[in-house]
Design a protein around this ligand. Structure first.
Ligand SMILES: C[S@@+](CC[C@H](N)C(=O)[O-])C[C@H]1O[C@@H](n2cnc3c(N)ncnc32)[C@H](O)[C@@H]1O
Length: 201
């Protein structure tokens, strides 16, 4: 709780910008598009599945910015294929999209992750660099790291865009700058278009 009260937070206009994702996602019927991805199922798997390289054992997985829960459900399936049992959870700032996420995940909360305290820790916590303004990247990663069980991992991603010619950020460097111990990284898609890294807690 102390961390929540004292830590620096993004400006209101940054959070307002984040809130514009949910109505855009809700315009679609396709679950992948309702998770914010427009490239179809083949590219979805190519660009998201590499994050499971950071999942080294069975346990719980919290997706911070879970949208409709599609990613958490996929992570559960992908890890299941590798013989690892994963219990997926999520939190998202969009209250309506979380209702859908609850159908796919063990539990999903509607909250601004900058002002939310999880009711428990998780074996794996996953989120994106983009959910923080650049000047608060280390604050964001420090905050997420507190939500990881001892011996678990914080997995962080950055998504570029094929259509906009945007390359993903250097996630490993961001974790190292925050003082976290990076133990692995992965990339996905052509370019690559997604990058992931994970720190051991
Ligand atoms: C690009 S989607 C990610 C979907 C999925 N987790 C994935 O990685 O493919 C980003 C999600 O983060 C949510 N989000 C943005 N800022 C947030 C915040 N401060 N707290 C909780 N969720 C947030 C948005 O509502 C959106 O659903």
């Amino acid at each position: 709780m102390l961390n929540n009260v004292l830590s620096r937070k993004p400006e209101d206009n940054f959070i307002a910008e984040m809130r514009t994702m949910e109505p855009a996602y809700l315009q679609h019927d396709d679950p992948i598009q309702r998770s914010g991805f427009g490239g179809g199922p083949g590219r979805w798997e190519a660009e998201r599945r590499p994050l499971t390289g950071g999942i080294h054992r069975a346990g719980s997985f919290l997706d911070v910015g879970c949208a409709n829960g599609w990613l958490g459900a996929c992570v559960k399936d992908w890890c299941g294929e590798a013989g690892l049992s994963i219990e997926p959870y999520g939190v998202d700032i969009g209250a309506e999209i979380v209702i859908e996420a609850r159908r796919r995940l063990s539990e999903a909360w509607a909250a601004d992750a900058w002002r939310w305290e999880p009711p428990r820790q998780f074996t794996f916590v996953y989120s994106l660099l983009d959910l923080a303004p650049p000047d608060l990247t280390a604050d964001w990663l420090d905050r997420l790291a507190l939500w990881v069980e001892p011996g678990g991992r914080l997995i962080v991603g950055s998504y570029g865009s094929v259509s906009h010619g945007v390359t993903p950020d250097d996630v490993s460097a961001a974790l190292v700058s925050a003082g976290l111990a990076v133990v692995g990284e992965a990339a996905g898609g052509a370019g690559p278009v997604t990058r992931f890294a994970w720190a051991q807690l």
